[in-house]
Design a protein around this ligand. Structure first.
Ligand code: GLN
Length: 455
């Protein structure tokens, strides 16, 4: 990473500068919910010494407000660090602030929140994507050494990476501990990284990955130093282009960009061919059923007693609970609580929730089958260029959900992905998504890095 580690300026000055510049960026683009005014350079001279890191606001940071983008958690100051935060602090990183997001991760454009709405540095009338929009925004706007820690359930790292022209690495489910993450849909939530260089993402992942006894779903597989996959050769690497990801509904100019990149990867020694993942169209309905079902139970704990928003205690428990939740949750959170509760209800469960789980199993099987033959798959990251806020307002909830057609399947299957910027369309950033088999982040780093240095 640049800056302090190169010895050009001291770590203390580097962090001071990062905070001062972040405040300037905040005035223009609002990437943060909270800026860490007390940020100080670490004394630990680890691998991230002097590095400014921003953290999505659904990841707990000791002493620093954590809202998950929701008014219901406003004022909540965690007394502990999430495991990934502890790990980066142990390597000398400094948290400069908490980044804006859709409430609890419920969205694709970072507009579903009563708190901060980040604006795209390429065009401030447009979204940065979501739900980790603040992470994409600050990663694109920062002209100081910086890496963002973010989270994805169904595409929340890929969307902002594509829309802001940055790199977004979503690891395999279970690769990074979720301890200290505010749950959205816990069978799909994954903590990952946004950066401007593949190297930075690989290094960060090497640090935050690994088994954690505090998260029973974190994998016990040994973790790796992912930087060893940088500068690898692509000879013999087999890449599939799933045709369903290039179909109707995807901007043809974006599809073409990605196909052109396949040609580039071929010239670098890889073998690319078209293939099919026929269950892809079922990903959106099943993803949303599973996501809202889990979300509706996860949100039950916000009752205005334990964390965040509190009101004068009047009336009985139901009345108090209703008052706090009516005010604290935004429209999309309420919609998801209702949908999720319905999908899990006795009488409907088999028809919706269990059916969605079966589709998910089929999607996983299909990916697994594909990865017997291919080392990775490439697809467009998002089907459209970053939309204008004025156009997002006119989308129905269903049209909103369909923006995730390219990201939900790999996310619900727990496959790792990386989004790489490709040529702009109409002067706006767009991305290419690379998908690998579970725990094969090495393949992503290998292909993405070769692509980065050759494109
Ligand atoms: N847009 C998707 C949703 O609203 C994904 C969000 C995410 O990954 N957190 O659920």
């Amino acid at each position: 990473m640049r800056g302090a580690r190169e010895g050009s300026i001291s770590a203390a000055d580097s962090i001071k500068e990062a905070v001062a510049k972040s405040k300037e960026i905040q005035k223009k683009y609002s990437p943060f919910i909270t800026i860490n005014e007390k940020a100080e350079a670490s004394r630990t001279k680890g691998r991230l010494y002097g590095l400014a890191v921003s953290v999505k606001d659904n990841i707990c940071t000791k002493g620093l407000q954590t809202t998950a983008g929701s008014k219901i958690l406003e004022g909540y100051i965690p007394p502990f660090d999430a495991t990934c935060i502890e790990k980066i602090k142990n390597e000398g990183a400094t948290i400069i602030g908490k980044t804006a997001q859709d409430e609890f991760g419920f969205g694709t454009f970072s507009v579903n929140t009563q708190l901060s709405i980040p604006k795209n540095p390429s065009d401030a009338e447009r979204t940065c994507g979501g739900s980790s929009g603040g992470a994409g925004c600050i990663t694109a706007a920062a002209d100081f050494p910086h890496v963002a820690i973010a989270e994805s359930t169904g595409g929340s790292i890929t969307a902002p990476a594509a829309f802001t022209g940055t790199i977004g690495l979503t690891p395999t489910y279970g690769r990074v501990s979720r301890y200290g993450l505010v749950d959205y849909s816990n069978s799909m939530d994954k903590i990952g990284v946004l950066g401007n260089r593949v190297h930075d993402c690989a290094l960060m992942l090497s640090i935050i990955a690994g088994h954690d006894p505090l998260d029973s779903t974190s994998s016990e597989l040994p973790t790796e130093d992912f930087t060893k996959y940088l500068n690898a050769d692509l000879k013999g690497v087999k890449i599939g282009l799933p045709k369903e990801y290039f179909s109707e509904g995807v901007d043809k100019r974006i599809s073409k960009n990605v196909r052109d990149k396949a040609a580039l990867l071929e010239s670098l020694g890889a073998k690319c061919e078209e293939m099919s993942l026929p269950s892809t169209p079922y990903a959106i309905p099943s993803y949303y059923l599973i996501a809202v079902s889990e979300a509706s139970t996860n949100l039950a704990k916000y009752c205005g007693l334990r964390y965040g928003l509190q009101k004068d205690i009047t009336g009985n428990f139901d009345e108090y609970f209703t008052k706090v939740r009516t005010e604290g949750f935004g429209e999309e959170a309420k919609r998801r609580i209702i949908l999720g509760t319905f999908a899990r209800m006795a009488g409907f469960r088999d028809k919706y929730y269990f059916k969605a789980l079966r589709i998910r199993a089929t999607i996983i099987k299909e990916f697994k089958q594909a990865f017997k033959k291919y080392d990775a798959l490439i697809t467009p990251s998002m089907p459209v260029v970053p939309p204008k806020f004025s156009d997002i307002k006119n989308l129905t909830p269903l049209q909103n959900y369909y923006m995730d057609i390219l990201t939900t399947a790999p996310n619900m299957a727990g496959m790792p992905t990386i989004s790489m910027p490709v040529e702009k369309v109409d002067g706006l950033p767009v991305g290419m998504q690379i998908i690998a088999d579970q725990f094969k982040e090495g393949n992503l780093i290998k292909i993405a890095h070769k692509f980065e240095v050759s494109a």
